[in-house]
Design a protein around this ligand. Structure first.
Ligand SMILES: [Zn+2]
Length: 62
């Protein structure tokens, strides 16, 4: 059962990567911080899921 260790959150931190995808407007796993120009982001932080990163050719910032 060694393969189950990946599902465990480390020491009280939230599950890494779960968040709101700004591109398809739903929560998703493994979202990444997206690097946008100030004009493109509207001064906000945006996250995208791997699928949207692929589709929209987004640049991750982390
Ligand atoms: Zn998405």
């Amino acid at each position: 059962m060694d393969e189950s260790t990946q599902d465990q959150a480390a020491e009280g931190t939230p599950l890494r990567g779960y968040g709101f995808c700004s591109w398809h407007d739903r929560f998703a796993d493994n979202v990444r911080l997206i690097e946008l120009s100030e004009a493109g982001s509207g001064g906000k932080v945006h996250y995208a899921c791997p699928q949207c990163i692929h589709i929209f050719k987004l640049t991750t910032a982390d």
